[in-house]
Design a protein around this ligand. Structure first.
Ligand SMILES: CC(=O)N[C@H]1[C@@H](OP(=O)(O)OP(=O)(O)OC[C@H]2O[C@@H](n3ccc(=O)[nH]c3=O)[C@H](O)[C@@H]2O)O[C@H](CO)[C@@H](O)[C@@H]1O
Ligand SMILES: C=C(OP(=O)(O)O)C(=O)O
Length: 436
């Protein structure tokens, strides 16, 4: 079984470079199939498992995809299939983002219905509500969602009940090729939505207002491939910021865009971390003693849920009690049980966790319950006594490129190994591993 083994006690120093953002590149690659002419050339594409999955999805549909280093070229000008089967959607929920582009271009799309996952039930009703408002007929059955429209989608006014990132992206892509004007209200405002709108506009779309709660789209008849560079990954950036802060180190996260992570910067500063915005990134200098603070996850520009578990690791090293309230996903505290195995003092109270700091963390065998939890357990391992072994790395690989190597280059005592199970482990599987 593959594991990351980390031994605590090293301070991290040096420079680490941010990759392109997972949550920007997935919708951009999904959007690339909307182009009926020309190629898209995408730069700074991170070599993630999720990128391989979305590439497989569009290849399965007959798009031509070439990967060379961090550049991906997509030619979707051939006739495409309009179905994405369960094997891809099961691996990665973001596969549903092909619905909007296919429906707009072909008037038909069929995608396996994504189920819930480790962090919550994650419905797609707001995506479907948007397509229906534009004239599509949507049916859900036999594990699939199918959307169809006779002729073109029609521009419409859509009010999202919740500011969903995926729904805003899916409906915005569909509206780009609809007939007439679409106004989307109560949109999500994440930087990745702005990146997607910029790419679509380069393809010939007319979208204004992305990054605010109202997006206006004037539909066009055709979109063509375009060249685009993916924005840096603000969650990977935040993860390395915590790595520097938790070890009392001094790390420059190169390529970080501070305007994308204001809430993370503000909270870390409250905890006593020094953060300097430099020309080529963000420098993080950890204090001798971290102070406790409280966070509440919210849609952007609020504190990102994707940084919640990493902040929990940081708070475990702070002086005093901190409170984390999760408002975005109803079940994103699976990592609490794993942290407890490392001697962390954590109490769940409804949608909040009380983090009692400082906990004297001890190395243990723990399992990544989702991709951010995997990173957070490694972060806790950086300051734990002895060895921490993190398993279930398939989650981590969805969202982090060379995580172990990058931490080691900063001075961490860490390696990734394929460890043969011992007889003892086979006889007595740990509680967390046996329940996965
Ligand atoms: C690939 C990608 O970009 N993933 C990100 C995206 O996921 P994703 O786009 O799936 O997340 P959403 O913004 O849609 O979800 C936010 C909330 O809205 C709810 N909801 C969503 C859609 C819907 O139709 N109905 C509904 O009720 C969800 O259950 C959740 O409670 O945003 C999340 C919230 O910032 C991040 O954690 C994910 O990393
Ligand atoms: C929850 C996440 O991603 P996804 O929506 O792709 O599962 C994440 O990136 O933390």
């Amino acid at each position: 079984m593959e594991k990351i083994i980390v031994r605590g006690g090293r301070q991290l120093n040096g420079t680490v470079k941010a990759e392109g953002a997972k949550n920007a590149v997935l919708p951009v690659i999904a959007a690339s199939i909307i182009a009926s002419e020309g190629k898209s050339v995408l730069h700074d594409v991170p070599a993630l498992a999720d990128v391989t999955t979305i590439n497989q999805v569009i290849k399965h549909m007959n798009a031509d995809v070439h990967v060379e280093g961090n550049t991906v070229t997509v030619d979707a000008s051939r006739q495409l299939e309009t179905e994405a089967p369960i094997e891809y959607v099961r691996k990665m929920r973001a596969s549903v983002l092909v619905l909007g582009p296919l429906l707009a271009r072909y008037g038909h799309a069929k995608v396996a219905m994504p189920g819930g996952c480790a962090i919550g039930s994650r419905p797609i009703d707001q995506h479907l509500k948007g397509f229906e408002a534009m004239g599509a007929e949507v049916t859900v059955g036999n594990g699939y969602v199918e959307a169809e429209v006779k002729g073109r989608l029609q521009g419409a006014k859509v009010y999202f009940d919740v500011p969903s990132v995926g729904a805003t992206e899916n409906v915005m892509m569909a509206a780009a090729l609809a007939e007439g004007k679409t106004v989307l209200e109560n949109c999500a405002k994440e930087p990745e939505i702005v990146d997607l709108a910029n790419y679509l506009n380069k393809m010939g779309a007319h979208i204004v207002g992305a990054g605010t709660e109202t997006i206006r789209i004037e539909g066009v008849e055709k979109l063509t491939g375009a060249e685009h560079t993916i924005i840096p990954d603000r969650i990977e950036v935040g993860t390395f910021m915590v790595a520097a802060a938790i070890t009392g180190g001094n790390v420059l996260v190169e390529g970080a865009m501070p305007e994308h992570i204001r809430s993370v910067i503000a909270k870390m500063e409250e905890m006593g971390v020094t953060i300097r915005e430099e020309e080529d990134g963000v420098r993080v200098i950890g204090p001798d003693r971290l102070k406790a603070t409280d966070i509440k996850t919210m849609p952007h520009p609020g504190f990102p849920t994707d940084m919640q578990s990493q902040m929990m690791a940081l708070m475990l090293s702070a002086q005093g009690n901190s409170v984390i309230t999760e408002t975005v996903f109803e079940n994103r505290f699976m990592h609490v049980e794993e942290f407890r195995r490392m001697n962390a003092n954590l109490k769940i109270e409804g949608r909040s966790v009380i983090v009692e700091g400082p906990s004297s963390l001890q190395g243990a065998e723990v399992a990544a319950t989702d991709l951010r939890a995997g990173a957070a357990l490694v972060l806790a391992g950086l300051v734990s006594e002895g060895y921490t072994r993190v398993t279930e790395l398939k989650h981590l690989d969805r969202g982090y490129v060379n995580f172990t190597e990058k931490l080691r280059a900063l001075g961490a005592d860490i390696e990734r190994v394929n460890e043969v199970e011992t007889y003892q482990e086979e006889l007595e599987p740990s509680e967390s591993l046996s329940t996965l």
